[in-house]
Write a protein that binds this ligand. Structure first.
Ligand SMILES: C[S@@+](CC[C@H](N)C(=O)[O-])C[C@H]1O[C@@H](n2cnc3c(N)ncnc32)[C@H](O)[C@@H]1O
Length: 206
C-alpha cells in the first residue's frame, strides 16, 4: 500500500478527499457527538493516516490537541501547509502506524481517527496497528474508522469487515456502524461499500 499511496499523492489521485467533502456534514456531526460526551478541553486526538490533514486541522480548530501520522512525506507537506493556513498547531509525524511507539508521539490519546488506512493493511500489519493503538490510547478512548467492505483487489485496499476490525482491536467494543451511501461517493469509490465504525476502548483497560 505504501507504493500505492506514494503514487496516488504524486499524481494527485485522492478520491477519498472528495468523499470527505460530500460527507462533511456527517463527519462534523460525529465530531460534535464525540465532544458532547466530554468536557473541554477535549484532550489528545490522533489521526492515523492523516493524509493532507483535512480532519486533523478540523479537530485542531475544535480545540483538540492533535497528532497526525502518515507514511507519505508529500501528504504531510500539504498537511503542514493546511495547518499553517488555518493557524493551528499540529504535530505531524512521518511514520508507520504499525510502529507508533517508535515515533515518540506520546500516549494518553482519547480520540483516534482512521479514515481509510486500516482496510488496506495485511493481517500482520492490522494486528500490529491494534497493539500500537492500545499502547498510546487512554482507557475509554474512541476510535472512529472508515473502512471499505472486504473484497477489493490489489492495488486497491482490500477492505475490512467489522469482525476484522474487532479482531485487531481486542478490548474495544463497536458502539456504532453506519454505511456511507453510494450517492456520497465519487466514481472510483462507488462500489467500495465504505462504512463508519465507532469503537470504544474499555474504561478499565491498562
Ligand atoms: C485513503 S487515504 C486517507 C487520508 C486521510 N485520512 C483522509 O481521509 O483524507 C489513507 C492514508 O493512510 C496513509 N497510510 C497508509 N498506510 C499507512 C501506514 N502503515 N502508516 C501510516 N500511514 C499510512 C496513506 O499514506 C494515506 O495518506
Amino acid at each position: 500500500m505504501n507504493l500505492f499511496y506514494r503514487l496516488a499523492y504524486a499524481v494527485g489521485f485522492k478520491p477519498w478527499e472528495q468523499a470527505s467533502e460530500k460527507e462533511a456534514a456527517r463527519i462534523a456531526a460525529m465530531f460534535d457527538r464525540e465532544q458532547a460526551e466530554r468536557e473541554p478541553p477535549y484532550g489528545k486526538a490522533l489521526d492515523l493516516g492523516c493524509g493532507t490533514g483535512r480532519h486533523a486541522v478540523g479537530l485542531a480548530r475544535r480545540g483538540w490537541q492533535v497528532t497526525g501520522v502518515d507514511l507519505v512525506p508529500k501528504a504531510l507537506r500539504a498537511a503542514r501547509q493546511r495547518a499553517r493556513a488555518a493557524g493551528v498547531d499540529i504535530n505531524f509525524v512521518n511514520g508507520d502506524v504499525t510502529g507508533l511507539r517508535n515515533l515518540a508521539i506520546g500516549s494518553g490519546f482519547n480520540f483516534v481517527l482512521d479514515f481509510g488506512l486500516f482496510h488496506g493493511l495485511n493481517d500482520a500489519q492490522r494486528a500490529a496497528m491494534g497493539r500500537e493503538v492500545n499502547a498510546v490510547t487512554a482507557p475509554g478512548a474512541t476510535l472512529l474508522m472508515i473502512a471499505w467492505a472486504p473484497g477489493r483487489r490489489p492495488p486497491l485496499p482490500r477492505g475490512a469487515s467489522r469482525a476484522d476490525i474487532e479482531a485487531a482491536f481486542p478490548g474495544w467494543t463497536t458502539i456504532a456502524e453506519d454505511a456511507i451511501p453510494a450517492s456520497a461517493l465519487p466514481r472510483p469509490l462507488k462500489n467500495a461499500g465504505p462504512r463508519f465504525y465507532r469503537l470504544r476502548r474499555a474504561s478499565n483497560a491498562d
